[in-house]
Structures are given as C-alpha cells and as structure tokens.
Design a protein around this ligand. Structure first.
Ligand code: NAD
Ligand code: TDX
Length: 343
C-alpha cells in the first residue's frame, strides 16, 4: 500500500512520516513537499535511505505534476499536511495562504477523483472555530461548533475544509478531516511560540510575548497528533470530522516562564510587545468523539513533553542553527524589529 504525505518536510508531516514508517513497515510512504522556507529536507534524513520511502519535491498547486505522480504511484491514501501554517505571515501576506491551502487542496482532491483513492485525509486546525472567551472555561470546541475564523490563515484552512466536505457530498470522495489544537515537539520551526522561545532563551535574546501574554492555547505533543491521524485514516468513518486535543490549556506567559525555568534563564528576558492583530484569546478542544469512536487519548503529559522538546533542541542545534542563520534573519527583523516594546 502506498501512502502520500504532503508537507512531510514540515513539522507535523515530518514527525508523521517517522511515526508511520515505524508503525507500518510494510507500507510505502511518498512525501510530496515544495520545500518552502518551512520545509527542511534534513528533517527527513533519518528515513532517506529507507527503501519504503521516497521524497518528491513538488508543489501541490502544480496540477500537471501532481497528476503525473498519481498516475505513477497510484496511492491508496493521501494525508494532506502541506500548507502555509503561520498566522503572523498570513497577516502580512494572505495570498499564498489561499493558493496553497485552498487551491492546493483542490488539486489533490481532483487527482484523487481522477485516479481513485481509498481515503483522502485533510489535516485541519482548531483555529477554524475562531476563539473562546477567557471567562467561560466551561466552553470547548466540538465538531458542531460553527466555523468562525479570525485570520487569513484560519480562513484559508476553513475554506479548504468546506471544499473537502463538498467533494465528499458532491463526488462521493472518501474523505476525513482532523482538527487539532497547537502541537509542540521536535522539528518545530522556530517562528512558532515554543521553539522561538527556546532558541531565543539559549541565545539570551529577548522573549517577545504578544500583549499581556494571557492568550490560552491547548497544547498537544506532536506524536499524539500523529497517532490520532493514523487511527482516523485506518478506522475513522468516511465523511467525518474529528477534533484532536488533550485538555492541556495554558497561558502563553506561563509557557514562556516554564521555558525560562527549564533552561535556567531569568524571566527578565520576557519582553511584552505589540499584540498580534485579531489575536484569538482561547482555544480548547473537546476530544470526546475521537475518544469514544477510536479510543484515542493523549499519551504524553505536558510536563514530560516540554522537557523532551527542550532536550531535543539542545541536542539538535545544527538543525535549528542552519534555519536561523539563513532567510529567517530577515523574517525576524521584519516581524519583530518594528514591534514596539509595550512594557
Ligand atoms: P509547517 O509550516 O511546519 O510545514 C508545512 C510544510 O508544507 C512544509 O514542509 C512546506 O515546505 C510544505 N508546503 C507548503 N506549501 C506547499 C506546497 N504548495 N506544496 C507542497 N508542499 C508545501 O506546518 P505544520 O506546523 O507542520 O502544519 C502541518 C499541517 O497541520 C498544516 O496543514 C497546518 O494547518 C496543520 N496544523 C498545524 C498545527 C500546529 O500546531 N503546527 C495544529 C493543527 C493543525
Ligand atoms: O513571538 C511570539 N510571541 C507570542 O506571544 C509568537 C510567535 C507567538 N506568540 C503567541 C501567539 C499565540 O497566542 O503565542 C501563541 C502561539 O502562537 P503560534 O506559535 O504562532 O501558534 P498559533 O497562532 O496558536 O497557531 C498554531 O496552532 C494552530 C499553528 O501555528 C497553526 O498552524 C495551527 O493551526
């Protein structure tokens, strides 16, 4: 059986490929990735020599090339991780988000229709539900929560989700969607909160916290997300959406303080800067459906996961030092150079 994993040189897709090849040694995995700024081929170096693995540099929006690869490989399952994934970048330049996240999804599903497929799985996000107020801890996102997006990123992911469900209803495409909360773990690109704070702490650089730092995210260790997707593609019901999250809500400021503590750095490095535009206050997933239907529960507690993650960054300096020495420097200057210190 051949599985296509798009966006496999990125954070979650890369972790998923490592996970999947271990769990299903008889299956073949083909990774399709454009290698944008967020894609790192070095993330896949541990599997490059595996005869069950193939890497193809390809843009999911390139219809001709995608059709050719489907014809050649005839995948049974497609798992689509490929996306522009950073909210701050989407605020600066929404267009590429619409192209990759919506039109790229369409190209993949058209290829699935043309060449046949057992399952198309769309990796989506809890951000499609918008946000929850801080003073209503009783509220959670369920699969029935209406879509109400805040950023160009989340709107593009929601647009893709709607298209996926339309392809199911109209063309009977066998689809599933997972909507997961914030992931953390190895190979996380250092523009996102946790790796950025680890990398800056190690260099004794300011830790830029947006606004008061009271926004809440529901953190899940990436391997738990990979296991959820593996279950959904093999045992999940066609046409269904599954929320994935581990009831681990934390304020940004508490995460950053914890990273300072773990690395023995002073909290005085924390610098409150101008808030993100349209900043979502709180995300919180209700994972009852995936638990009841597929028996999924998170296995890694945050206290352990964050320690493992920090250890990984300490032991894999070359992975992130290469990233932050390149184009990332221009990005950092652009995004944080003009962000005012607010206190
Ligand atoms: P990432 O930015 O680390 O990786 C994205 C990957 O997609 C990169 O390797 C990039 O090169 C590739 N890519 C981008 N455009 C492409 C294109 N046009 N064609 C082919 N490849 C392309 O993202 P991530 O954090 O690993 O997220 C993966 C998926 O999971 C995304 O769909 C995202 O919306 C979703 N998600 C992420 C989180 C999270 O916390 N990171 C949570 C829930 C859902
Ligand atoms: O420098 C920063 N300072 C800061 O305070 C950065 C990069 C972030 N933040 C805040 C903004 C958010 O409240 O930290 C929180 C987390 O930010 P991100 O790491 O950018 O993640 P988020 O915006 O929550 O989105 C993530 O989770 C859902 C992923 O990037 C998405 O791809 C996923 O869909």
């Amino acid at each position: 059986m051949t599985l296509f994993v798009t966006g496999g040189a990125g954070f979650i897709g890369g972790n998923f490929i490592h996970y999947y090849l271990k769990q299903h040694p008889d299956d073949r995995v083909v990774c399709l990735d454009k290698l944008t700024y967020a894609g790192n081929i070095s993330t896949l170096s541990p599997v490059m020599d595996n005869p069950k693995f193939r890497f193809v540099k390809i843009d999911i929006c390139d219809r001709k090339a995608i059709y050719k690869l489907f014809e050649e490989e005839t995948p049974a399952i497609v798992v689509n991780f490929a996306a522009e994934s950073h909210v701050d970048r989407s605020i600066e330049n929404p267009e590429i988000f619409l192209q990759t996240n919506i039109l790229g999804t369409q190209v993949l599903m058209d290829a699935c229709r043309k060449y046949g497929i057992q399952r198309y799985h769309q990796v989506s996000t809890d951000e499609v539900y918008g946000d929850l107020p801080l003073d209503r801890p009783d509220l959670f996102f369920t699969e029935e929560t209406p879509i109400q997006t805040s950023s160009p990123y989340s709107s593009s992911k929601a647009g893709a989700d709607l298209l996926v469900m339309a392809y199911h209803r109209t063309y009977d495409l066998p689809v599933t969607i997972s909507r997961c909360s914030n992931n953390y773990g190895p190979y996380h690109f250092p523009e996102k909160l946790i790796p950025l704070m680890i990398v800056n702490s190690l260099a004794d650089k300011p830790l830029p916290l947006y606004g008061e730092g009271l926004n809440v995210r529901d953190w899940l260790y990436v391997a738990d997300h990979c296991r959820a997707i593996d279950l959904i593609i093999h045992e999940g019901r066609v046409g269904e959406i599954y929320n994935v999250g581990g009831h681990n809500e934390m304020k940004n400021i508490d995460i950053v303080k914890l990273i300072c503590k773990e690395l023995g750095k002073p909290e005085s490095l924390i610098t409150h800067v101008t808030d993100r535009k349209g900043h979502d206050m709180r995300y919180a997933i209700d994972p009852t459906k995936i638990h009841n239907e597929l028996g999924w529960l998170p296995e890694t507690k945050f206290e352990d996961g964050i320690k493992k993650t920090i250890k990984w960054y300490l032991e894999h300096r070359e992975w992130w030092e290469t990233i932050i020495s390149g184009e990332y420097q221009n990005y950092y200057e652009k995004m944080y150079g003009n962000r005012e210190r607010v206190r």
